[in-house]
Design a binder for this molecule. Sequence first.
Ligand code: NAD
Length: 340
Amino acid sequence: MTRFIDTHDMSKLVNLSGVAGFIRQLVDYIEYDFLRWGEFDKTPRVASHSDIGVIELMPAADSAYYGFKYVNGHPQNTLHNQLTVMAFGALAEIATGYPLLLSEFTLATALRTAATSVLAAKYLMRKNARHMAVIGNGAQSEFQIIAFSEVLKLTDFWLYDVDDTATEKLAANLRDYAGINLHFCRSVDEAVAQADVITTITADKTNATIISAAQVKPGMHLNAVGGDCPGKTELEARILSEADIFVEFTPQSRIEGEIQQMPDDFSVTELWQVLRGERPGRKSDTAVTVFDSVGFAIEDFSTLRLINDMARQHHIGSTVRLVPAPANPRDLYRFLKHPE
Ligand code: NAD
C-alpha cells in the first residue's frame, strides 16, 4: 500500500520539531543530495503555460527512488481567495516502480523553498549579515523569515508589499516569534536601505523591476525567489550583469530564472558546485551575489525523502490502495470484478 500524507498529516510532521526544526532537517537533506548531484537523472521541469498561470511537472531520480511534483503558479488566484501556488508529490522505488508515497506538497513547497534559500545564503551572504528586506509578504514569506532567522541568525526583517493586508498578516503570524524584529516599510527603497540580504518573493506574471540596480549596495546578497517562469522576473537586468549569479540547474534557469533576461552564454555558477568546493561562492565582502531561485526537482526529491522517512518513523499518515493487488498479477480483470 502507498503511504498518503494529507495536509493535516503534514502539519503533524512539521509540528514534531516545529517549522524551524523541519527546515533545518530539509537543509541537511537537500545539501546531501546536492553534494551527489552527478548521481541524479535531471531534466528541466515540464511546463504548461496559459495567459494567467502555469502548471508544471518536476521529476528527478537516483538509483533507488524516483520522485515528482505537480505544482502550479496562478498569481491572480488570491483575488478569488485561492492559493497562488499548490502542489502534491509522489515518491516511487526504482526497483519495481511501486509508488511508496503520495503527499501534499503546498506546505512542503514553502518549507523546501525556504530551506533552499538558506542553504544558498549560507554559502553566499556575508557572515555578519543581520538585516533582510522581504519584498512580497504572501504565502511563502513567513517560511523564508523563520528560515533566515533560525538557520542563519538574521535578526531584523524589513517588510514591503503593495498590499498592506499581506504585511499585516505576516506581522500577526510572527509577532511573538522570539528573535525576529519586524519593520513595516512604505516603499522598496525604505525596505532595502538597511538590508544585507534582499528576498524578492512577489507574484506577478510579468517582467517586473521589483529591485533596480541603484538599490543594490556592495556586499548585498539577493535571494530572488518570485521570478520563476518565462516572462516573470523581479530584478533589473543590470543587477545580473554586475553581480555573481548562482542558479540551481542551468538549463531550467535559462528558461525560467532572472537570467532569462541575459544572453544564452551568460556565465553562472550552479549551487552544487559551490557546495562541493568546485567553484567559489562569495569572493569578497563587497561582492554582490544573487541566488536566482526557480525551484528544482532535486529539492522536491529531498523533501519527499524526508517526508517518507519521518512519516514511517513516527507512524504518521494513512495508507491508500493506489495500486491494485490481484492475487494473480496477470489477472487484473478478475480484480476489477472482485476487489480483494
Ligand atoms: P502570494 O500570491 O501568496 O504572495 C505574493 C505577494 O506578492 C502578495 O502579497 C502580493 O501583494 C505581493 N506583490 C505582488 N507584486 C508586488 C510588488 N510589485 N511589490 C511588492 N509586493 C508585490 O504568492 P506566494 O505563494 O507567496 O509566492 C510568491 C512567488 O514565489 C510566486 O511568484 C511563486 O511562483 C514564487 N515561488 C517560487 C518558488 C521557488 O522555488 N523559486 C517556490 C514557491 C513560490
